[in-house]
Design a protein around this ligand. Structure first.
Ligand code: SF4
Length: 433
């Protein structure tokens, strides 16, 4: 999509939606016995109950301008869908403020909120299960209009047929059932249903992920056309950066409940600053099968949101974790310590012989100073196959002492290819580093 195809957002207008410090926690009380612990340090064993908190979304702030498409991208399980549902108050926020066209959604009565629902619509990932198989598509499209008492029966039928045409279907499909449509067509029905009540904001949660790649582009292009026609603002959620690039004006990258980077679409692709964004972009497959370009992929899984890492939540997987100041490592020494720590976590050693380990990871020379005895002890523990203890020791003495573990990063960097601010929440952009 060229720049000219994109809908111009007007930054001088009030945002359509604005989140400030939005937070959503869940109490992990749904599972039987969750949070119960048996303590044996007294004379009688004691059962305590300390419910675990799932910190799905934490202190998230952003806004979307009228006519804009904000893409929200991140791996599965990073909190994108929870953020979307909290944003439109399908889930109650734990904390933070939420403004829709300047009005505080959190302070709205349930009746006012019900009326506002027509202004905010949502499209879900699975077009199959989000359509009632017993209803004809005409009824499906008319249902939100009926709920919001829009038009009379004839007016609703006329509008439903018009919308079918606008989304690229035949108005004669009005009397068909969802199972008579392909996946792409069903998502078009969902689109028509969302548009039936003239919304201002449409939150699209992975709307094309279940579709074939060839169909994805067609549906995305239809959405883009309808955006200008219906004056829509989109929050578009996807784990797929190629899809996000196709449709977004601006992109927010999310990791484990935090927004880590926000920039104009072009700026983010040409000048990614956060190591997580860089890793996501590096893991996009290269389209040329003859290419020998070897791309780095993200190591490890997203940690549990029940006990997320302190400071920067990406630090347990970050290839650029900043060395703790007190050790004065050279770049090479720190890279070796990190490589050794990763091998201990994965338990991947060709030999348990300490000398061989020292040669393999440190070229036979351990860093000097306070780091040396810690590494010697860790190498000895690996020799005894005490991997768990070695790993804890390395983590506590090195990773946990980094500024990345101590402070939540919040930075802005100069934008080179975009007009908007470029937020890159990584300590690498603190002046000191
Ligand atoms: S703050 Fe540290 S751990 Fe987080 S992304 Fe930046 S360098 Fe990596």
């Amino acid at each position: 999509m060229s720049e000219s195809d994109k809908v111009d957002a007007d930054p001088s207008e009030d945002p359509i939606i604005e989140a400030r410090g939005l937070t959503k926690h869940f109490s992990d009380g749904g599972r039987l016995f969750s949070g119960f612990k048996l303590q044996r340090n007294g004379r009688l064993p004691k059962i305590t109950h300390d419910p675990e908190i799932v910190r799905a979304v934490e202190d998230v702030s952003f806004e979307i301008q009228p006519g804009e498409t904000l893409g929200l991208v991140g791996e599965s399980g990073c909190g994108k869908s929870t953020l979307a549902r909290t944003l439109i108050r399908l889930l109650e926020p734990t904390d933070g403020d939420l403004y829709f066209k300047g009005e505080n959604l959190a302070e709205m009565s349930s009746e006012d909120l019900r009326k506002k629902r027509s202004d905010i619509q949502m499209i879900f990932q699975d077009p199959q299960s989000s359509l009632d198989p017993r209803m004809k598509v005409g009824q499906i499209i008319e249902e939100p209009m009926q709920a919001h008492k829009m038009l009379d029966a004839d007016g609703r039928e006329k509008r439903a047929k018009e919308l079918l045409e606008r989304v690229g279907l035949d108005p004669s499909h009005y009397n068909r059932y969802p199972h008579e449509f392909s996946g792409g067509q069903r998502q078009r029905v969902n689109l028509a249903r969302a548009l039936s009540v003239n919304p201002d904001l449409v939150v699209c949660d992975e709307p094309v992920s279940a579709l074939d790649v060839s169909i994805q582009a067609q549906v995305l292009n239809t959405m883009k056309d309808l955006q200008s026609e219906f004056d829509l603002t989109f929050l578009f959620i996807s784990h797929d950066l190629s899809v996000i690039r196709h449709i977004s004006d601006r992109i927010a990258v999310m990791y484990l409940g935090h927004i880590v980077e926000v920039a104009d679409s072009d700026e983010l692709y040409k000048n990614p600053k956060h190591p997580y964004t860089q890793a996501l972009l590096d893991s996009i497959p290269v389209p040329d099968p003859r290419s020998t370009d070897v791309r780095a992929t993200l190591e490890g899984d997203v940690p549990s949101p029940i006990n997320p890492p302190s400071g920067c939540r990406f630090r347990t997987r970050c290839p650029q974790l900043i060395a703790p100041e007190q050790f004065e490592f050279s770049e090479e020494e720190w890279a070796n310590v990190r490589r050794f720590s990763r091998a201990v976590k994965r338990r991947t050693f060709a030999s348990a012989d300490p000398t061989k380990i020292k040669n393999e990871f440190f070229d036979g020379r351990l860093p000097t100073g306070d780091a040396k005895p810690i590494l010697e002890k860790a190498i000895a523990l690996v020799g005894e196959e005490e991997f768990e203890e070695a790993s804890t020791m390395l983590t506590e003495n090195f990773e946990d002492m980094s500024i990345c573990a101590e402070e939540v990063p919040e930075y802005e960097v100069p934008s080179e290819y975009g007009m908007d601010r470029h937020i890159a929440n990584c300590h690498l952009y603190c002046d000191e580093y």
